[in-house]
Design a protein around this ligand. Structure first.
Ligand code: MG
Length: 210
């Protein structure tokens, strides 16, 4: 089956924002004496929506649930500040997305971030113009690792999940893409997101599928 669309995860794939979310949430938590260690971040929290992280802190470490709304707002403001400071276009991504677009692939973003963060980051990285759809955690009932975000991205692009190649960097996202029935290209860093790697993954997916 031919691959017709490529759907990118955002953090760790198109945007090197893992540390921004980590720093922003810790900056907010520190007001109340809480902190997430880097080890816990990498092993457990990375890639989850803020509301899920806060819920886990309440369950495991007694963070009062009444603080969730305030902490989410504060974390979001810190994230926006960091995006304005640090988010810049990467030539390798602009090159990859513009080439894929020119070859006729539909392009989407499927992210566990909230919509305003997705739109801001895509704008700041000059990638917004290449994307046909953006699916944020606000557009589905269940964020990654559930399949909903990638199922909705495929639906909005007018293709089946099996016609999609998903580019992902972490466990929660990989589970989500696999559960949705999409093909997968796993990358370690934003620097691995290169046109030739994506085209190679598309060829592999097309050869593997019946
Ligand atoms: Mg990611």
């Amino acid at each position: 089956m031919a691959i017709k669309a490529v759907v990118f995860d955002m953090d760790g794939v198109l945007i090197d924002a893992k540390d921004w979310h980590y720093e922003a949430l810790n900056q907010a938590l520190e007001y109340f004496g809480y902190t997430i260690s880097r080890a816990d971040h990498l092993s457990t929290f990375d890639g989850l929506p803020t509301r899920r992280k806060l819920e886990m802190l309440s369950q495991e470490r007694g963070l009062p649930r009444g603080l969730h709304g305030f902490l989410s707002d504060l974390k979001q403001q810190y994230t926006v500040d960091l995006v304005h400071l640090r988010c810049k276009p990467m030539f390798v991504h602009e090159y990859a997305l513009s080439n894929l677009k020119a070859r006729g692939y539909k392009l989407g973003l499927g992210s566990n971030s909230i919509r305003s963060t997705c739109e801001l980051m895509m704008e700041k990285s000059s990638l917004a113009a290449y994307l046909d759809v953006i699916v944020s955690n606000e557009d589905v009932k269940k964020a990654k690792p559930h399949p909903d975000i990638y199922l909705k991205a495929a639906e909005d692009l007018g293709v089946t999940p099996a016609e999609c190649l998903v580019v992902e960097d972490n466990e929660n996202g990989i589970k989500s893409a696999e559960a949705a029935g999409c093909h997968l290209l796993v990358v370690n860093t934003v620097h691995d997101v290169q046109l030739d790697r994506i085209l190679q993954a598309i060829r592999h997916a097309e050869e593997a599928a019946p």
